[in-house]
Design a protein around this ligand. Structure first.
Ligand code: NAD
Ligand code: ZN
Length: 349
């Protein structure tokens, strides 16, 4: 399956399928004199003798947030320079969203930018590898140092997903679910039906593709996030605060954020547009810890949400809510009201 981006220029292909990596990569590497690899350590350990046996002399990154540190950035860029990287070389970044962000940022900055290919290996990376955002973390917060830098291609070989630990699958699925909510009711229903017993990779491929297309839609129409790209933050305002406080995987915290978003959307419309009970049952059945919402402290969450780099004004907090499936809108919710919604949600659980 090949999806083409739809920018004014600088378009690229996103390939999604099983067992496609080496063939697809060779189409690109033949156009460059030198190719450099950056690979997630866990992925390399699992695949160096199989899918990744063609990878030569990779720069190995620890995987997870450690790869987005200043130290890791220094090591990547200095190693590339030591190896004599040229402006017209290609960088291939293989790993989860963290390695993808870090490798992408190195590609954006070394020699003021070199070409690169993203090879996502987690379910969550169906989201993070699309859109051209690259970043590392600061001591003041996540993703605060970064650049927009589009890859030359994204090669998403779904066979990598077979070795994902269950909590990483659950985390990535949170973003698959968010993309379905952003699309339409039919997609949400089909996704819930396909995963009613378990979240299994066998049934996910069409929803991953649809998620990529949905993300592409928002990103191509608003690359620098001045308008509709904000809708991709659905569930993220409270989700980020929960992720920070409880150190849970990103997409799992996002599901908790989505559950609150559904509650707040109903409350703002003063009617039950969404069947909260149905979502609660579905999320809990798959192991998302909705109970954690009972223990959150409103004041602390408000403070954390206010610090979000996307929330600059005081007295209210910006939220993406839904009028219906696929129909998002951006609104500022006054602090008092927001606190009330959080309290009510806690009481309802
Ligand atoms: P991750 O990159 O931290 O990977 C999770 C863990 O899985 C790591 O330990 C990794 O080594 C391991 N792993 C990766 N692939 C594997 C495989 N195939 N089999 C077994 N283990 C594997 O986590 P993630 O959820 O993929 O990405 C999260 C990152 O993505 C965060 O840093 C977040 O900020 C970023 N992100 C970026 C964007 C963007 O637009 N750039 C969007 C969303 C998230
Ligand atoms: Zn996210």
């Amino acid at each position: 399956m090949e999806i083409r981006t739809n920018y004014m220029d600088g378009n690229y292909a996103i390939y999604v399928d099983y067992g496609i990596l080496e063939d697809q990569i060779s189409q690109y590497t033949s156009q460059y004199t030198s190719v450099h690899f950056i690979v997630d350590q866990n992925v390399y350990t699992l695949y160096q003798d199989s899918t990744l046996s063609f990878v030569q002399n990779p720069i190995i990154l620890e995987g997870g947030e450690a790869s987005k540190s200043f130290d890791a950035f220094k090591r990547i860029t200095e190693t590339l320079l030591e190896r004599g990287i040229k402006r017209n070389d290609l960088l291939i970044v293989i790993g989860g969203g963290a390695v993808g962000d870090a490798g992408g940022f190195a590609a954006a900055t070394v020699l003021r930018g070199v070409d690169y290919i993203q090879v996502p290996t987690t379910l969550l990376a169906h989201d993070s590898s699309i859109g051209g955002k690259t970043a590392i973390n600061s001591t003041f917060g996540k993703n605060l140092i970064g650049a927009f830098h589009r890859p030359k291609a994204v090669i998403y070989d779904l066979s990598f997903l077979e070795t994902l630990p269950p909590h990483e699958l659950l985390s990535g699925f949170g973003e698959v679910f968010k993309h379905a909510l952003l699309k339409d009711e039919q997609t949400v229903k089909a996704l819930m039906e396909a995963t009613k017993n378990e979240i299994s990779l066998d049934t996910l491929k069409p929803f991953i593709i649809s998620g990529i297309e949905t993300k592409m839609h928002y990103v191509t129409n608003d690359e620098k996030e001045s308008g509709i790209r904000k809708f991709l933050n659905l569930g993220h305002t409270l989700g980020h605060a929960i992720e920070y406080k409880y150190k849970m995987p990103h997409g799992i915290a996002i599901v908790l954020g989505l559950y609150f978003m559904i509650y707040a959307s109903n409350a703002e419309e003063r009617q039950n547009i969404f069947d909260l009970k149905l979502f609660r049952h579905y999320f809990e059945q798959h192991g998302y810890p909705l109970d954690q919402l009972k223990t959150i402290n409103e004041t602390e969450m408000m403070t954390l949400m206010g610090k979000d780099k996307k929330n600059q004004s005081s007295g209210s907090i910006g939220f993406v809510l839904m009028k219906n499936f696929g129909q998002c809108y951006f609104t500022e919710i006054d602090n008092d009201l927001l606190e009330k919604y959080i309290k009510q949600l806690k009481e309802s659980l």
